[in-house]
Design a protein around this ligand. Structure first.
Ligand code: CA
Length: 218
């Protein structure tokens, strides 16, 4: 893995870098945000280890900038024990985890493995259809970066169609998937959900196969 380490205290950074390199990771260590920023613009990293107090600025603002640029690289904050508010702030701004200084080298290594595994799982759970981004794990949908709110039934329809890929899903299967057993289904309710999905997600996203069912536009 390629790791970006942003830490100005050499006494912390050096042993950490050596420990990770011994584990066959590639570690690039920078002591300023400015250098780290150039590095992350130029290269893709698998994980970023971020100290919060750097000589040229605040690690939290760096974190926000990175997430604003849509860089989804997992970020682990390295922070002092007494800075609880910074840790919460960091997680809110899109950090994946934090380790408290002084840290145990093996603990940092374990956290790196955990966040990387988590982000790999999320990737396979995220489906892109043109400008739509659908996340199966947290049931969120966004279009060109803007979140779109779906009702539970609309989500149910979308999810079934996504999981069946390009196979035609009969109307009855969709109804069975989104309605509880015994729940009364009005005759045109499914069409209403589909029509609302089309207006929210794009009118040609769901294709009607007359008398057969529905598919997602490939
Ligand atoms: Ca520092």
């Amino acid at each position: 893995m390629r790791i970006l380490l942003i830490e100005d205290e050499a006494a912390l950074a050096r042993p950490l870098a050596e420990h990770l390199e011994a584990d066959l990771h590639i570690v690039e260590w920078f002591a300023t945000l400015d250098e780290a920023d150039s590095a992350i613009r130029a290269l893709e990293y698998d994980v970023v280890l971020l100290d919060l107090q750097l000589p040229d600025g605040d690690g939290l603002s760096f974190l926000s900038r990175i997430r604003d640029r849509n860089i989804r690289t997992p970020i682990i904050i390295l922070t002092a024990r007494d800075k609880v508010s910074d840790r919460i702030d960091g997680l809110n701004r899109g950090a994946d985890d934090y380790v408290i200084k002084p840290f145990d080298l093996d603990e940092v290594k374990a956290r790196i493995h955990t966040v990387c595994r988590r982000s790999a799982d999320q990737l396979t759970q995220t489906i892109l259809i043109r400008d739509l981004c659908v996340c199966l794990s947290d049931h969120s949908v966004s279009r060109a970066g803007q979140p779109i709110r779906l009702t539970a039934k609309e989500w149910g329809v979308l999810e079934v169609l996504l999981r069946r890929k390009s196979k035609i899903v009969p109307k009855e299967s969709l109804e069975a998937a989104i309605y509880a057993y015994g729940e009364e289904v009005e005759s045109n309710a499914l069409e209403a959900h589909i029509s609302r999905l089309r207006s929210k997600l794009g009118k040609d996203l769901i294709v009607t196969h007359r008398g057969m069912g529905y598919t997602l536009q490939p």
